[in-house]
Design a protein around this ligand. Structure first.
Ligand code: ATP
Ligand code: MG
Length: 447
């Protein structure tokens, strides 16, 4: 697989070359090109210093995204390209940047500071592939290996521990033994890393093809970031519905949903409340009453700590709160839930429940799945038929009630809610006249 630089990448390298500087495409774009995947962006490394980069691209719009760290972004044809001066890094302690950097004239220095061999390759058409650490071979064998001494590299910047797991999960690679040992030995250093940095890597890790393998193999690392998960490790369920301990069940469920952050995070935490809610009946069978609620509360704490956006937290916690609800393919029941949670959350709940069932034992699996299928079909029918389950769809509005003589806002809200319930239960048609008639007959205007 040869690297095809897009026209704008060639232009960047050529312009710098004409001004007497060397420049290469570097990092993720080289790695992905060699894997036969179109890079999502192109980054460059150059001997030019930030001011010099700005000068070379003076006819373009440039953004000093991190000039102190050597990075200037250039806008070409509506696309942003980051160009960074060759540098030697000190220790990293903040969000994305090392504490001190030294610029260099040598591409070798720049490649030496990079995290893994597969990320430490550079390319331009003039010099071809610069691969000082065997990155190409590691790529073809599917190996994540530190550039240099793994113990040192992880102690310089412990986020690299999460990055190693992330790349292994996303690329489906194995982690080279010395790198793996260093990860396990130095995992506690992750405790000192900013939550925002961890969050990004964790979400990517969870959405990788091999997230299941990484979550099992490196669970002690995951436990540094999310200690609350420890309670699920080896926690036997003693129930016919399960043939795995809670953590293994969780991981299998993660694997059973689409690689999308919301669903993967939901599955990772859906049963986190189980160890705290276990009771044993006289037959020795275990029950987990209330684990959904406990789990949702624990998850809220964890996701807050990881600085996840609050809308995302609310969505995940709703899904966890209701993940074990026993739905029936009954239109009234489903419309009540649609009223409570909305169509989007209900449809996502179907995916969550499917993933959960498929990660359970074979006991009653067919029954569970066929019920879920019927529920899901009924749900889709209600939604696509536009049947009424929300105030938005109700044929009567607050303004209509106001015109009919009802006054206070609170009262109007209560009446609308009661009318919606009647429509959902099939006791009233969703028609304005009928609803207003009923309201006038039933509710006291002066109350
Ligand atoms: P992708 O963008 O596809 O997620 P990437 O490899 O481009 O993957 P980035 O986070 O964009 O990852 O980083 C760009 C490059 O910078 C990496 O390929 C690597 O060479 C280097 N790099 C990033 N973070 C670190 C780090 N913490 N330590 C050392 N090198 C790093
Ligand atoms: Mg990148």
């Amino acid at each position: 697989m040869e690297i095809q630089l897009p026209a704008n990448a060639k232009l960047i390298i050529e312009k710098l070359r004409q001004s007497g500087y060397s420049c290469y495409a570097v990092g993720g774009c080289v790695r992905d090109s060699l894997r036969g995947i179109t890079p999502h962006d192109w980054d460059f490394t150059t001997s030019a210093k930030p001011d010099e980069i700005e000068q070379v691209f003076s006819e373009y719009q440039t953004i000093a995204v991190g000039k102190k760290y050597g990075t200037v972004a250039v806008l070409i044809g509506g696309e942003i390209f980051e160009i960074t001066t060759y540098r030697v890094d000190g220790a990293y302690s903040d969000a994305r940047h090392p504490d001190e950097v030294r610029f260099s004239d040598r591409i070798q220095d720049d490649l030496a500071r990079r995290d893994f061999t597969v990320n430490a390759m550079a390319y331009n058409d003039e010099h071809g592939l610069i691969d000082l650490y065997g990155g190409r071979q590691d790529l073809s064998f599917g190996v994540i290996r530190c550039v240099g001494d793994p113990q040192e590299r992880f102690s310089e910047d412990a986020l690299r521990i999460m990055r190693a797991l992330r790349f292994a999960s996303v690329l489906g690679f194995t982690i080279e033994p010395h790198t793996s040992d260093a990860i396990l030995k130095q995992r506690k250093l992750l405790g000192g890393i900013a939550s925002e940095r961890i969050r990004e890597e964790l979400l990517k890790l969870l959405c990788g093809d091999r997230a299941d393998f990484i979550l099992r193999r490196y669970r002690s690392v995951i436990a540094v970031v999310i200690p609350e998960l420890k309670g699920t490790f080896d926690f036997e369920q003693h129930s016919k519905h399960h043939n795995r301990d809670v953590y293994r069940h969780i991981v299998a469920a993660v694997h059973n949903v689409e690689p999308e952050p919301l669903l993967r995070v939901t599955m990772l935490f859906h049963d986190i409340g189980k160890p705290l809610s276990q009771t044993i009946d006289k037959h020795g069978v275990c029950h987990y009453k209330g684990h959904q609620k406990i789990g949702a509360a624990m998850t809220r704490e964890i996701l807050r700590r990881l600085c996840m956006p609050s809308v995302f937290i609310d969505e995940v916690c709703d899904l966890i709160r209701w993940h074990d609800e026993r739905f029936k393919p009954d239109p009234v029941m489903l419309k009540q839930y649609l009223k409570l949670l909305g169509a989007d959350a209900m449809q996502k709940l179907m995916l969550v429940q499917r993933a959960d069932i498929l990660a359970q034992s074979a006991y009653l699996r067919e029954e569970k799945l066929s019920n879920l299928m019927a529920v899901s079909e009924e749900l889709n029918r209600i939604i696509s038929a536009g049947e009424c389950y929300s105030l938005r769809q109700l044929s009567v509005s607050g303004a209509d009630l106001l015109h009919s003589g009802f006054c206070t806002g609170v009262r109007i809200g209560q009446i609308l809610d009661a009318l919606l319930d009647k429509v959902i239960e099939g006791e009233l048609p969703n028609e304005k006249d009928a609803l207003l008639d009923y309201a006038k007959k039933t509710f006291d205007k002066d109350a």
